[in-house]
Structures are given as C-alpha cells and as structure tokens.
Design a protein around this ligand. Structure first.
Ligand SMILES: [Zn+2]
Length: 95
C-alpha cells in the first residue's frame, strides 16, 4: 500500500545529506536529528525568525548559561543571530 503521507524532507546542516535519523527531543522540546553520513547531531528544524517571546526565552537562557555554542545547539539558532541580539540588547539597555 503506497504511503501518501507528506513528509517534510530535512537535510543535515553540515553536509546537506537527507540521511537523517530522528534523535529525540532536547529538554527545550526541540526535535533533534542525527546525521548518518557525517555523524553530526543537532536541532532538526532550525528557524530563521523568532517571535519576541522565543527571543526573550533564548536570551534568558543565555543569561543563565552564557555559552553561545550551547545555546545555538539547544535552540538551533545561529551564533550570528544570537550575537546580533546580544548587541541590540546591550545598546537598548542604556538608561
Ligand atoms: Zn551530515
């Protein structure tokens, strides 16, 4: 019986392979993947845009644990995006 369920094809962020295996969720509820080709694991569905709420959440998490690498891995956010937020945050908070 043919499967007509539409499945979104995800590709590895490092090597572009679609030979991925779902790898559970991290504690923030983001679906993670494991790439069978390059053995990378990461967040499956990284977004390019974030709502203000998500942004606040991520920035709060960064405040608790200031590790760009950790945060970018947890949320699938690029370090550039995070860095630009942090810059904006600090220029905004002048009293
Ligand atoms: Zn890969």
């Amino acid at each position: 019986m043919p499967m007509i369920i539409e499945e979104k094809i995800y590709t590895c962020r490092r090597c572009g392979s679609s030979n991925l295996k779902k790898n559970g969720k991290n504690r923030y509820g983001n679906q993670q993947y494991f790439c069978k080709d390059c053995k990378k694991s990461g967040v499956l569905n990284p977004k390019n845009s974030y709502t203000e709420t998500e942004k606040e959440q991520i920035l709060a998490a960064y405040k608790e644990r200031p590790s760009m690498r950790g945060i970018s891995r947890l949320y699938g956010i690029s370090r550039n995006t995070l860095a630009s937020w942090l810059q904006k945050k600090s220029t905004h908070s002048q009293t």
